[in-house]
Design a protein around this ligand. Structure first.
Ligand SMILES: Cc1cc2nc3c(=O)[nH]c(=O)nc-3n(C[C@H](O)[C@H](O)[C@H](O)COP(=O)(O)OP(=O)(O)OC[C@H]3O[C@@H](n4cnc5c(N)ncnc54)[C@H](O)[C@@H]3O)c2cc1C
Length: 328
């Protein structure tokens, strides 16, 4: 362990790194927001189990992958962030043909690995800048495919460091939504946004179980053709998304039968700016950080877009991004 810590964090034999007062701008693609009290990056699965077993039972814990769907409020996060990207990175083909991918593996790496093994069906992961853990938690998807369609089973770890396997039948799975049937708090996968008294969003960031790996099923394919398809999908993204500025992908869920981007554009909100946060001119459902946006700028802009769209169209937009942490 890197630093001196209160006794309950100083578990003997830990091989990961524990840092205090960490700027979460470095760990979110919006490059905005507050600090985390503690961040632990485990060395591997066994090390994560040892760390979890040593924690106080009430320690707030939040798993973070690449932070590509997260807004951490400027007041920061209490408790410990489990940083799984660049930590749980095992990726292999099993004897039965399934692909075993740990939670920290990025989507692009997974897609390339599948192509290398002449497997098709993983192409869509290439353009999602998240990790396997984050994609399982969000049921991330695009171009007609979703993460959980590919899942044979998942491996989860609980607060006691125990591993278990689960299947899709253990979860209610929908559009960017994954909730454990027995225990909605599990996996950080329940909708964690709640309406607060002031009409803003509060977060429930504590949970009891996290995705640490998945066994994924892909079809046999031709590696060269798969690589071509990936190239095509990435070109489509570059043409339609403002990837030159920090962002968190689509901010709002698409309402049934419509597109959030279409509604936002129709309401004349493209280019609307608060502080350093701006509704992208290129893709209306993206909010970009033009320069030094605070999480408050971004959250206020989210609120304004919701208000204007509601007033002009009667449709309530719900954030797809997860807003967590304390307000300043
Ligand atoms: C440019 C851009 C394009 C995008 N395009 C798409 C797209 O096409 N489709 C799409 O669905 N999304 C898209 N996204 C959003 C984002 O990439 C996905 O939601 C992705 O799944 C988030 O993965 P992450 O590892 O970054 O998760 P994070 O942002 O780190 O976390 C997201 C949520 O998952 C939870 N979580 C993370 N890891 C775990 C774990 N191991 N166990 C349990 N819970 C966990 C976190 O606590 C948090 O609640 C895009 C984002 C960007 C920036």
């Amino acid at each position: 362990m890197n630093m001196a810590e209160p006794e309950q964090f100083a578990v003997a034999g830990l091989r990961g790194s524990l840092r205090r007062d960490v700027d979460m701008r470095r760990h979110t693609t919006w490059r905005a927001g507050g600090r985390a009290e503690r961040v632990y990056r485990p060395a591997d699965l066994a090390d994560l189990a040892t760390f979890l077993r040593g924690l106080p039972a009430d320690e707030p814990l939040l798993a973070v992958g690449l932070g590509s769907n997260l807004l951490v409020r400027d007041g920061g996060l209490r408790g410990t962030v489990l940083l799984l990207h660049a930590a749980l990175g095992e990726l292999r083909r099993e004897a039965d043909g399934l692909v075993y991918a740990q939670a920290g593996v990025p989507g692009a790496k997974l897609a390339r690995f599948a192509a290398l093994h002449n497997l098709s069906g993983a192409e869509f992961f290439a353009g999602i800048p998240g990790t396997v853990g984050g994609m399982l938690a969000m049921n991330a998807g695009c171009y007609g495919s979703e993460t959980w369609e590919k899942v044979a089973r998942v491996q989860v770890m609980d607060r006691g460091g125990a591993l278990q396997e689960r299947t899709a039948a253990d979860y209610e799975i929908g559009y960017r939504r994954v909730v454990r049937r027995e225990s909605p708090r599990a996996c950080g996968a329940s909708p964690i946004l709640q309406r607060g008294d002031r009409g803003d969003f509060l977060s429930v960031s504590q949970c009891d179980e996290w995705f640490v790996a998945a066994w994924l099923r892909f079809e046999k394919g031709d590696g060269a053709m798969v690589r071509e398809k990936i190239k095509g999908l990435l070109e489509k993204r570059i043409a339609s998304q403002p990837l030159n500025l920090p962002n968190a992908g689509s901010v709002f869920r698409n309402p049934p039968g419509d597109y959030a981007a279409r509604l936002i554009e129709q309401c004349g909100l493209k280019g609307r700016q608060i502080g350093g946060a701006r509704v992208s001119e290129k893709h209306a459902n993206f909010i970009v950080n033009t320069s030094n946006a605070t999480a408050t700028d971004i959250e206020n802009l989210i609120g304004e877009v919701q208000m204007v769209v509601q007033q002009k169209t009667g449709i309530e937009l719900h954030p797809e991004v997860r807003i967590i942490g304390d307000a300043t």
